[in-house]
Design a protein. Structure first.
Length: 692
């Protein structure tokens, strides 16, 4: 028997981006472990990825190309050769492109976070075709824009400093489920005497273990931040020197927040006045004592109408109290802005035909996009969709409309997948893709500061091919002759990072493949002396860029589209707010088909407060229907005070085909977009619940 250990990386959409050690015996991956030497992974993996071999060797893996033989959505296919598959795709794309290449639409996101298997060879082919561009907004775009207006690039506190903070505010996240290695450091900080506060409509697994849980109404986080600013200014819990040197627009901010009294904020947020004041004092008084305070924002805060503004408002807080003076102080939304990527070298936007019209389609309203008939203003009707690294029929909002769009008989759909997902059922051509253990990739991260390389541990299973190879074959069939379409994965990996930059010049691609990871060369304290990457170089309380974009240049409150306060007429019909945060054992729609993980989750369920349950004669274990004007789904009720009164919590995202009614929580979500960044509003909706 021959045995070796291969360095790899977890590819999934999680801030932790863990370093993996894959044990291979006689060509078979037998174990996946966390690298004990990688400072953030520290040898620990989440339950999902610890079972990665179960996913790679799953009996339902797609192992060969197939073509549809039944109706769209039925999921009936027959095996074909790779030659037939590629020839069919190339023929159809050429035919459509001859009329108008903008009728071709890509749909991809973070099924892999890899820079090679993500938007490299795929983007090159789509650019050369002249296809529509995709605005990849489904997760982080709203908050990213709000953060950029305020602080610049997505650079924040180094997660490796977390344990040294004295106050940690976990705002809009459940790190036990979605940021495990940050949570480990939070626990260390707690043992060191730090106070831990969770701000979340739902008493999640993480919130239960914090010293305090502030259960705001969904979509009111920006109001709470305004209330904190009001108290900090009124009680002079400020770092005047930091404000004077490194911020812009304090006087205007002071005027703006004067009306945001704790009483007003408490009423909007559905919490007590004391909670507003106490939170601000905890934050400001600790800073006065010279204690580092850290805010860890996650994506829950940005999935409502005012999501971008919420992130902007929260991002203002550290500069007010001088929290950026400390390595363990400040705010962390994402570390992704620290990485120096060669995105254009990978994606080659220069291949797009010169002087050719272009358009950008937003992935967050794909249902409406696919059903749009086309127009002079919108552009041509979408005639072909190429789906890779995503499962839109399950994960995109207003799912019934999305499915209706994919069910169009005149839509040519290609899906690259590991399994026959909800979206795969609508494919005309279904192609088997490799998993992370079977291909090479390069990775950045959004929760730590390490560049990473993932080496292939085993040969592709069956006839599966990497995304890159599939698009290479397609480029050849389309007659593309540029040398860039023959570059190997290793050549693409070498292009991923700019190794001439000061942050990265200490390493190179060959070293990265050998060591697995290398930390960016960045200041331990990023903004101790300003240096924000805004136009002014300061934290911008007042943003001229926002004004130029037609937005309010100062922190503000943008209420939800759908809430009992902002839309009382709708609330009379649908009185319950709903959020759908990640289930602990799933990652978006990945891992749902791994039976051991699905068995742990049980079945689709909702959490409902006892008051709301009693008013509807619902008992724990009852099957219930959750509905609004957009649709409905069925789940088992859990009656619990983890959900505050007036809130329904549907942990997600289930594959629709694995639910009893073939539906999931996205039946009731909306395609309306956020205030900035064009993001989805998954947590901005009202529903009613009834016992079946």
């Amino acid at each position: 028997m021959s045995s070796n250990v291969v360095r790899a990386v977890c590819p999934h959409d999680c801030p932790d981006t863990c370093a993996l050690l894959v044990t291979v015996q006689d060509g078979v991956a037998t174990e996946v472990k966390g690298d004990p030497d990688h400072p953030t992974t520290a040898g620990v993996l989440c339950t999902k990825v610890a079972r990665y071999t179960e996913r790679t060797y799953h009996p339902d893996r797609l192992l060969y190309p197939q073509k549809r033989v039944g109706k769209k959505g039925e999921g009936k296919f027959e095996r074909i050769s790779w030659d037939e598959a590629i020839e069919t795709i190339a023929y159809r794309l050429k035919e459509i492109a001859a009329r108008n290449p903008l009728a071709i639409m890509p749909y991809s996101y973070a099924g892999t976070m890899g820079l090679v298997q993500g938007e490299s060879m795929a983007a090159r082919v789509l650019h050369k075709l002249g296809a529509s561009f995709l605005d990849r907004t489904i997760c982080a775009s709203a908050g990213g824009v709000g953060y950029k207006y305020t602080l610049g690039d997505r650079i924040g506190t180094d997660v490796e400093q977390t344990q040294n903070a004295r106050l940690i505010i976990i705002w809009g996240g459940n790190p036990i489920a979605s940021n495990l290695h940050f949570w480990t450091r939070v626990q260390e900080a707690k043992r060191n005497g730090a106070k831990i506060i969770a701000i979340d409509p739902y008493r999640s697994l993480s919130a239960e273990k914090c010293h305090q849980h502030i259960a705001v109404r969904a979509g009111t986080d920006s109001a709470l931040a305004l209330g904190m600013m009001h108290v900090l200014i009124k009680e002079d819990l400020l770092d005047h020197d930091y404000i004077a040197q490194y911020t812009l627009g304090f006087e205007q901010l002071q005027q703006r927040v004067a009306d945001w009294t704790p009483e007003k904020v408490a009423e909007i947020c559905g919490i007590s006045t004391e909670e507003v004041i106490g939170l601000a004092r905890d934050y400001g008084e600790g800073a006065k004592r010279g204690e580092p305070s850290l805010i860890r924002m996650n994506y829950g805060v940005q999935r409502t109408h005012g999501g971008g503004m919420a992130v902007r408002n929260i991002s203002c807080l550290p500069a007010l109290v001088g929290a950026w003076r400390h390595a363990a102080g400040g705010v962390l939304l994402s570390s992704s802005g620290g990485f120096v990527k060669n995105s254009d070298a990978l994606a080659r936007p220069d291949l797009f035909p010169a002087n050719h019209p272009s358009r950008t389609l937003n992935m967050s309203d794909v249902g409406n996009t696919l059903l749009h008939p086309g127009s002079d203003e919108f552009g041509p009707k979408v005639e072909a969709v190429i789906v890779y690294n995503s499962n839109p029929v399950a994960i995109a909002p207003e799912s019934a409309v999305v499915a209706q769009g994919f069910a169009r008989d005149d839509l040519f759909t290609v899906v690259l997948e590991h399994f026959q997902t909800d979206t795969a059922d609508y494919a005309d051509i279904l192609l088997p893709a490799t998993t992370q253990l079977e291909h090479l990739d390069a990775h950045s991260a959004y929760g730590h500061r390490y560049m990473m390389a993932s080496n292939p541990a085993i040969a592709p299973i069956g006839e599966a091919k990497p995304n890159t190879e599939i698009f290479r074959l397609l480029a050849k069939a389309l007659g593309f002759t540029e040398a860039c379409f023959t570059e190997s994965d290793d050549e693409l990996g070498a292009l991923a990072f700019n190794y001439q930059h000061a942050r990265t010049q200490h390493t190179n691609w060959e070293q990265l493949k050998q060591t697995g990871w290398s930390k960016l060369n960045m200041p331990e304290i990023p903004f101790a002396q300003g240096g924000f990457t805004t136009p002014s170089g300061k934290c911008e309380f007042y943003s001229q860029q926002m004004l130029d974009a037609g937005l309010d240049p100062l922190p503000a409150y943008i209420p939800p589209y759908e809430s009992v306060i902002s839309n009382p007429q709708l609330a009379a019909k649908y009185p319950l707010a709903m959020i759908s945060p990640p289930a602990r054992n799933f990652l978006n729609s990945t891992f749902v088909n791994v039976k051991s993980l699905r068995d742990t989750e049980g079945e689709p369920h909702i959490d409902l407060h006892p008051e709301d349950a009693a008013a509807r004669q619902i008992a724990a274990g009852n099957m219930v229907r959750i509905f609004n004007d957009r649709g409905s789904f069925v789940a088992k009720a859990r009656v619990t005070e983890k959900a505050k009164p007036g809130l329904v919590v549907a942990l997600s995202i289930w594959w629709k085909k694995l639910a009893s009614d073939q539906k999931n929580a996205n039946e009731v979500t909306s395609q309306r977009l956020t205030d900035m960044g064009g993001g989805p509003t998954f947590y901005d909706l009202l529903v009613q619940v009834e016992k079946l």
